[in-house]
Design a protein around this ligand. Structure first.
Ligand code: FHN
Length: 459
């Protein structure tokens, strides 16, 4: 983190670690769902039999990745996909019920991805859902269905718009270019204000495509735009990917202060340590195939994450005060991939037993465990075990200076009480003491399991 203080005029607008109810709700989510849906679901990452596999993203980038045959005259190829967009099986209520059963507490939905096709009837562009055979307001159906299930909705919005004639993909230089890009900035503001007008139930934005110099150099505009959005929608939550300071610093300003209400840089990766996060809120978004955000017809030959993989990432995230957001990419008819249905059910089955170790928890100030991840809620400590010790004894290290230690324990899955034994093994003479918790030998599990412990005065 920078040591010297630099003069920053276009730094954070909201205080880091907001304490209002909306931000507290964000902190408590634990598990979220991302949905990438748009015209790219129609080819499903294949064009004339060739698929995009490389890069940070596949399907929704199929027109860009080399090695596929999407003809570059996109006006007559990719851009005409909307004429086929008629998802007859789309049922937002079914999606929302599935997300509820999985245990998601919030969801992020792609209103418009980099291709610029709007899934809502925007007044500011003709390239929108009303011009497709489907015609109906998909964003409204998603917002209404998820809100009805008690799942908070955040709107994904790509600033980058490949086809917009006023988006240049480079910093405007001449007066004419500046005037042209100025039209794009106004268009962007108009669409964002329109989204807040149309869907007042939403809780925030998840911005993307803000890496281009044209946007980076518009830091005065983006600063004011963030203020305008927040004024229009009190409590609005905006991530750190939206804008940068006047020195071009994104996510964190030139003095290391977070630019937004939560850190939005964890995409297909997780922080290495709690300390690195510096106490900021954050979420991590994750694909099931390596880089499959939008629908990918063919998962063969790809490593697709198992529910145990995803539960490990979930518990790692919440153990470090973050939210874990799992991405789904419905197909051109509005159906989830069968692999996604399977994982949603497996995760939901696990969450039904163990979600109290996930929702509303915080980082536990203990030496990290080799057996799994700690989460804590007041005087209740959870350890979600992924690595069962060969001696069947769970060892908890507690700093000697700690005023609280586990005094009793239970297996969340069986509600069976377990004995906590103080094991003064004298390993760290001045640092930690240890508590051992024997697992029942007849308790078998092929999935992670949770120990729930009560903290109290050390025995
Ligand atoms: O380019 C996008 C990509 O298509 C996808 O939307 C991810 C998910 O957040 N974001 C960008 C890549 O960082």
């Amino acid at each position: 983190k920078p040591t010297e203080t630099k003069e920053v005029k276009y730094g954070p607008i909201t205080p880091a670690k907001r304490t209002d109810k909306d931000m507290e709700a964000f902190r408590n989510y634990g598990l979220g769902q991302f949905i990438h849906w748009g015209v790219y679901a129609i080819p499903g990452n294949e064009w004339e039999g060739v698929s995009a596999r490389g890069g940070a993203a596949a399907s929704e980038w199929i027109r860009s990745w080399g090695g596929n045959t999407v003809p570059k005259d996109w006006k007559n190829t990719y851009d005409n996909l909307y004429k086929q967009f008629n998802p007859k099986s789309f049922d937002a209520k079914a999606w929302a019920k599935q997300a509820k059963a999985m245990g998601a507490k919030y969801m992020i939905f792609t209103t418009k991805h980099h291709d610029g096709f709007a899934l809502w009837p925007t007044k500011f562009s003709d390239y929108n859902i009303t011009k497709s055979p489907y015609k109906r307001d998909i964003v409204k159906e998603v917002v209404d269905a998820y809100t009805a299930e008690g799942i908070d909705v955040y709107l994904y919005f790509s600033v980058l718009e490949w086809n917009n004639p006023n988006y240049m993909g480079k910093a405007p230089k001449t007066d004419e270019e500046k005037a042209q890009f100025g039209k794009f900035l106004t268009y962007t503001k108009n669409q964002l204000m329109e989204l807040l007008d149309n869907y007042p139930a939403v809780k925030g934005f998840w911005f993307d495509g803000t890496w281009d110099q044209s946007w980076i150099q518009s830091y005065e505009f983006t600063y004011q735009l963030e203020k305008d959005l927040r004024a229009k929608h009190p409590g609005l939550i905006i991530g750190s990917r939206f804008r940068n300071d006047e020195h071009g610093k994104r996510h964190f300003d030139s003095n290391g202060k977070i630019l937004g209400d939560y850190e939005q840089g964890w995409e297909r990766k997780l922080p290495g340590s709690f300390e690195w996060l510096d106490g900021n809120d954050w979420d991590a978004v994750m694909t099931i195939p390596p880089n499959g955000w939008g629908y990918m017809k063919d998962w063969s030959g790809l490593y697709t994450k198992t529910s145990n993989d995803l539960l490990d990432m979930l518990m790692q995230s919440v153990s470090m005060n973050g939210n874990f957001v799992l991405n789904f990419g419905p197909d051109g008819q509005g159906m989830m991939h069968p692999g996604e249905d399977k994982l949603a059910k497996e995760i939901g089955d696990w969450m039904r037993v163990n979600s109290e170790a996930v929702y509303g928890v915080r980082h536990a100030d203990l030496p990290s465990s080799k057996l799994g991840y700690y989460t804590q809620k007041g005087d209740v400590l959870y350890l979600t075990v992924f690595n069962r010790p060969v001696n069947n004894s769970i060892r908890i290290a507690v700093p000697k200076k700690a005023t609280m230690a586990p005094i009793d324990a239970m297996l969340l899955k069986t509600k069976g009480a377990l004995t906590v034994r103080h094991a003064d093994i004298g390993l760290d003479l001045d640092k930690n003491t240890y508590y051992d918790i024997e697992l029942p030998t007849d308790f078998q599990s092929t999935e992670p399991f949770v120990l729930k412990m009560k903290l109290g005065q050390p025995q």
